[in-house]
Design a protein around this ligand. Structure first.
Ligand code: UD1
Length: 416
């Protein structure tokens, strides 16, 4: 098993180019099934989750070709609406394939998705949405079997603005008959990106970035090329790496408007920011100030940044309070931080963080993707050496993380 070995205490300085967004690339790759033809994608991050999605596409008959900086996906020979169980279990986002297969075949068969263990993560909202579209759903031997003669546009209201359910309903209804109106839909930038891609193919979807999305069914979708948006969580991670080490980092290839909730909190923590059209530069104070955060659906503070920001706050001057409102089990990383000298107490959905200057290197274990990233942040500021195990979680979501961190002065390597 590989591990990260990190020597802390280095002030990070320099420039990092942000990669394409994982959470935008995954649903868009799934959506390529809908045009039964070719799609050319740019800015696709080279990470494990994307490789798993390619594996699934190829397993069901698609072809994925890499040429320099572009990926060509040909789904004309996709021949099944069944997603293999072993691949389905590898990651949660595989559930997005259900909407795409339903859009194309009006059928899909899959098992419950896997993924990071950060909460119960049910898919009831996805399935309720499918049923509203006239799709019949049965459970057979632990698998979900979806079937429809016709998918018909309708009104769907989500009880909670789930990102995955919003994406799945859009995918299942863009080739449907008539109009689907989805209210209380999620507004995350990754959904906007998916809609832009679908509209470029000829779908008729309005309302991206709002909580009311209207999808007018069309009969076919065309072959197009598309450039995936930058990863806002990766962007935030490098800004925080700068903030926690008292450094000066410029991130490029970003959309600052996507990370506004984070930028506000970094300013509140006394970081100085300079914001351009495609870049953000952070100049950190010697020691950041404690701030409180509450995770919320977009445009609130993102749950995916909670652990990473939380790690930074363990070193702040003063006491900070985090409230996690999206996933109930997203504090597993805290026990690892506490092993390194952090002073954090959990009470239900709340974490109370008493800032300290005494963070020490230790042997710790990544508990999930973003929890793992939090350990890197802690290790960068710790005295001495930290060894992080289970780095497979981290590599699922961060492209070239070792090279990028080295480039800004971090002492990090992978021990096999
Ligand atoms: C997506 C992101 C993930 C991010 C999350 C919230 C991808 C690949 N992943 O995950 O990184 O942390 O959005 O921003 O884009 N829920 C239900 N029933 C459902 C679906 C969701 O109760 O059918 C609940 C979940 O348990 C959770 C909350 O809704 O408590 C949010 O989940 P959701 O927005 O669906 O997240 P994902 O799409 O899984």
């Amino acid at each position: 098993m590989s591990k990260f070995i990190i020597q802390g205490g280095k002030k990070l300085e320099g420039e990092v180019k942000i990669s394409g967004s994982k959470n935008s690339a995954l649903p868009i790759i799934a959506a390529t099934i809908l045009n039964s033809g070719k799609t050319t994608l740019y800015n696709v991050p080279n990470i494990q989750d994307v490789k798993t999605m390619f594996e699934i596409i190829e397993d069901i008959g698609g072809k994925v070709t890499k040429k320099n900086n572009k990926i060509i996906i040909d789904t004309s020979n996709v021949h099944t609406y069944e997603i293999p169980d072993n691949l389905m279990r590898k990651m949660r986002s595989s559930v997005i394939l259900a909407g795409a297969l339903l859009g194309r075949y009006k059928r899909a068969r899959f098992s419950y998705p896997g993924g990071c263990e950060i909460g119960s993560r049910p898919i009831d909202l996805h399935l309720k949405g499918f049923e509203k579209l006239g799709i019949n759903i049965k459970e057979e031997f632990g698998e979900i079997v979806c079937n429809a003669d016709k998918i018909k546009g309708t009104q769907i209201h989500l009880d909670f603005p789930s990102v995955g359910a919003t994406e799945n309903i859009i995918l299942a209804s863009c080739l449907a008959e008539g109009k689907t109106i989805l209210t209380n839909s999620a507004k995350e930038p990754e959904i906007e990106d998916l809609i832009k891609y679908l509209n470029k193919m000829g779908a008729k979807i309005k309302g991206e970035g709002t909580d009311k999305i209207e999808i007018e069914g069309v009969t076919r979708l065309a072959e197009v090329s598309y450039n995936i948006m930058p990863d806002r969580i990766e962007a935030g991670t490098y800004l925080i790496a700068g903030a926690v080490t008292g450094g000066k980092i410029k991130i490029t290839n970003v959309k600052p408007e996507h990370i506004e909730p984070l930028l506000n909190k970094l300013e509140e923590a006394n970081c100085e920011l300079s914001i351009g059209k495609n870049y953000v530069e952070i100049i950190a104070p010697k020691r950041i100030k404690a701030v409180d955060i509450k995770t919320m659906p977009y445009p609130g503070f993102p749950t995916d940044m909670q652990s990473i920001f939380g790690a930074m706050l363990t070193t702040a001057k003063g006491t900070s309070i985090i409230t996690e409102n999206i996933f109930e089990n997203r504090y597993k990383y805290i026990q690892e931080l506490n092993r390194m000298g952090a002073k954090v107490k959990i009470e239900g959905r709340t974490a109370i963080i008493k800032g300290t200057k005494r963070i020490q290197g230790a042997n710790v274990i990544a508990t999930d993707l973003r929890g793992g990233a939090a350990l890197i942040i802690e290790a960068l500021v710790a005295k001495g050496i930290t060894q992080i195990d289970n780095i497979e979680y981290i590599l699922r979501g961060y492209e070239n993380i070792v090279e990028k961190l080295k480039q800004i002065g971090a002492k990090i390597y992978i021990e096999k």
